[in-house]
Design a protein around this ligand. Structure first.
Ligand code: C5P
Length: 227
């Protein structure tokens, strides 16, 4: 069977990565989490003073971008690739609330998007990838053979993200998470460059009341019917 590109876009904390990773494992495809790339650039900017007290210095971020090498290395324990910034493992540091609070402003910078989109297109050149993000089906791979747009009730999404962060030992409040989820949706949908949009040919998946197994069953049915 020929290998295709599966584009998964949607709102924040919908479980896009969990879903994409399960699909990749099932099909023997490569899973690419593009949100991790925007988070890695944001983490690097935070660590190098291009973001101070929540204020993003766009010029400084762009300047840093030239010296920011983002790479992936497969981690068999996670069954997914870990992200590295200039050779340093960044995986555990990119999902904090601090990074989440700044990432949408960093991802709205055109130069940041240009660089990361080019990397993503290169990574998917040979197809056989499941890529999740906000603009995969609209901008990165408008010709993807299968596009899924994920959504879920904002309260359900905040709760899932909250449980995940608490399980890791992060001291966050549900209110803070819910505010972040809603604010990122708003910012991602209203930015000028490649805003979050449902591609006209995307299939919608609302997983508010679905387990991962149910989502996979839904996906395999779609995959077999369409491909
Ligand atoms: O998917 P995740 O929640 O980790 O993404 C973090 C942020 O990165 C999003 O809120 C969005 O601002 C940005 N992003 C993007 N385009 C993508 C993936 C993520 O702008 N393809």
């Amino acid at each position: 069977q020929h290998r295709i590109i599966i584009a998964i876009d949607g709102f924040s904390s919908c479980g896009k990565s969990t879903f994409a990773k399960a699909i990749a494992a099932r099909l023997g495809y490569i899973f690419i989490d593009t949100g991790a790339m925007y988070r890695a650039v944001t983490l690097h900017a935070l660590e190098h003073g291009a973001i101070r007290s929540g204020i993003v210095d766009e010029e400084a971020v762009v300047k840093l971008l030239g010296e920011t090498a983002i790479t992936f290395r497969f981690n068999p324990e996670r069954g997914a690739s870990d992200i590295y910034v200039n050779g340093d493992l960044a995986e555990g540091k990119i999902r904090t609330i601090e990074v989440s609070n700044c990432v949408s402003r960093v991802s709205a910078i055109p130069e940041v998007r240009r660089k990361l989109v080019a990397m993503q297109q290169e990574m998917g050149r040979r197809r056989g990838v499941v890529m999740d993000g906000r603009d995969i089906g609209t901008v990165v791979f408008p010709d993807a053979e299968l596009k899924i747009f994920m959504t879920a009730d904002p309260a359900v999404r905040a709760r899932r993200r909250y449980d995940e962060l608490r399980a890791k030992g992060d001291d966050v409040s549900l209110e803070e998470i819910e505010r972040n989820v809603r604010e990122r949706d708003r910012a991602d949908m209203s930015r000028a460059v490649s805003p979050l949009r449902q591609a006209p040919d995307a299939v919608v998946l609302d997983n508010s009341r679905m387990s991962v197994e149910e989502q996979m069953a839904w996906f395999m049915e779609l995959f077999e019917r369409r491909i």
